[in-house]
Structures are given as structure tokens and as C-alpha cells.
Write a protein of this length. Structure first.
Length: 249
């Protein structure tokens, strides 16, 4: 099967998954537009500094959804194994009916381990991330006005499986699935709970050295107690690597 057919059948498979899952349960549906800029700087052959900037809109471009800033340090332990640590600053805008009219904050410290290996003509990556989340506690005061009341602490585990394959010298495809599980954290969260799942299918272009442009369709399924949400939209990303100057030695 040539690469065009692989792309076609892969995208069809993801599309059927999304369309089929829409009919399983009653839920709120949203159309999103997400954008990402990632900048990398290799300190050495094993250590890389990076920063991610995410701007997410819902109702496609009608309402702000999230802002994320994520600096991180990546260490290449071995040829097929990396360890990453970082911090994420998150701002969440209210977009659902009944939410307090405030921007909720999150301070997120995390560790990530990733293992990858060849598969077919591409590469399969397994990544596990443990997040330590300090999320805004929002309440209404005596006048009924919403306000911040400190932070709640929670741990969350994420597992992403990614497949990437080069289709030509300049074009590649990427598919991933990621599950989010809220871990037990004190009396308020005594048991582990499935929280959300992401599915993504996209194409990327690397026609310029140290630069990549990628776009794809993204499906997000969120569980909130008895409620369900589904976000379907376009995700556009830019990756840029700053060339490290070679030593004269």
C-alpha cells in the first residue's frame, strides 16, 4: 500500500471513530481552533531546552479557550529513551453555561518519560507524563460575584501513543492517541478517574532546515461527573529549532 493510501485510510479510520463516538452519549459539542509554537535549543547532543506556546479557541474562533506556556528540559538518556521535565502556566476561559465569569489559572509541574522504536516505515513513541496540578478554586462571594479562593492540588497521569512516518523528503504524517487519568489525591479525590481522551491525525511539512509546519484534525473527549463534552477542530503547529553554534575546539 503506497503512502497516499495509508494517509487516506488512516484519516478515514479517525473520522469514523469520531463520527461513531458522537452518537454514543448525549453531550455538548464544540468546534475548536488550536495553534502551537514550539521553539527548541540544543544545549548539547543529549540536552535540549524548549518552550511551547499554545493558544486555543472554541466556537472555532468565537471564544477564547486556553493559553498555555510550557518551558521544559529534555534529556536524551539513550538512543530510544528520553526524560523531560517542565512547568506549564495555563489560563482557562469560561466557555460552558453556568461557569463562573473568571479566567481560571493552573500551575502545572510535570515529568515525562518517552520510549520510541521503529514500526513499519515510521516510528512509534510511548510517552507517560505525571502532572502535579495547582488549579484555581472559584467561588461566589456574599454578593454572588465569582472570585478566586486559592488553589486545589491534584495529580494527573497522561499516556500518549504517537506514530510518525515520512511520506517524502519534506512531508510526514502523524497520528496520536492520548488518555488522561486523574490520580487519587487526598479525601476530595480518593480514586483514580478517567478524565479525557485526545485523538489527532495530521500532516507536516519540513521544507526548510530546522523548521516544520503541521496541521491536522483533533478530537477531544472530556468527562465531567455526569456530563460529557466533545471538541472537534483544527490544530495548527509550528516547530522551530535554533541552531547551536559549533565550538572551535
Amino acid at each position: 500500500m503506497n503512502y497516499r493510501n495509508r494517509v487516506k485510510y488512516g484519516l478515514l479510520l479517525v473520522s469514523f471513530y469520531i463520527l461513531g463516538s458522537q452518537a454514543l452519549l448525549a453531550q455538548d459539542n464544540y468546534a475548536d481552533l488550536w495553534s502551537t509554537l514550539q521553539v527548541h535549543y540544543p544545549v548539547s547532543s543529549k540536552v535540549r531546552l524548549s518552550n511551547e506556546f499554545h493558544w486555543r479557541m472554541t466556537e472555532f474562533v468565537g471564544e477564547p479557550f486556553q493559553l498555555l506556556i510550557r518551558p521544559k528540559v529534555e534529556w536524551k538518556v539513550a538512543d530510544h529513551f528520553t526524560v523531560t521535565g517542565g512547568y506549564t502556566h495555563i489560563q482557562n476561559w469560561p466557555y460552558r453555561s453556568g461557569q463562573p465569569d473568571l479566567v481560571a489559572l493552573e500551575h502545572n509541574v510535570w515529568e515525562d518519560v518517552a520510549f520510541y522504536h521503529p514500526l513499519w516505515k515510521g516510528r512509534l513513541t510511548h510517552a507517560i507524563r505525571l502532572e502535579h496540578r495547582f488549579t484555581s478554586a472559584l467561588l461566589s462571594n456574599s454578593l454572588g460575584i465569582p472570585e478566586h479562593d486559592g488553589f486545589n492540588f491534584r495529580n494527573r497521569l497522561r499516556h500518549r501513543i504517537t506514530y510518525v512516518e515520512d511520506l517524502s523528503d519534506k512531508v510526514y504524517m502523524r497520528f496520536f492517541n492520548e488518555a488522561f487519568v486523574q490520580m487519587p489525591t487526598g479525601k476530595a479525590n480518593p480514586v483514580a478517574q478517567f478524565q479525557q481522551n485526545w485523538v489527532y491525525a495530521g500532516l507536516g511539512w519540513q521544507g526548510i532546515k530546522d523548521f516544520a509546519l503541521e496541521a491536522g484534525f483533533h478530537h477531544q473527549y472530556i468527562v465531567r461527573d455526569d456530563d460529557r463534552e466533545r471538541h472537534l477542530g483544527l490544530w495548527v503547529g509550528i516547530n522551530y529549532s535554533i541552531a547551536r553554534k559549533k565550538s572551535n575546539e
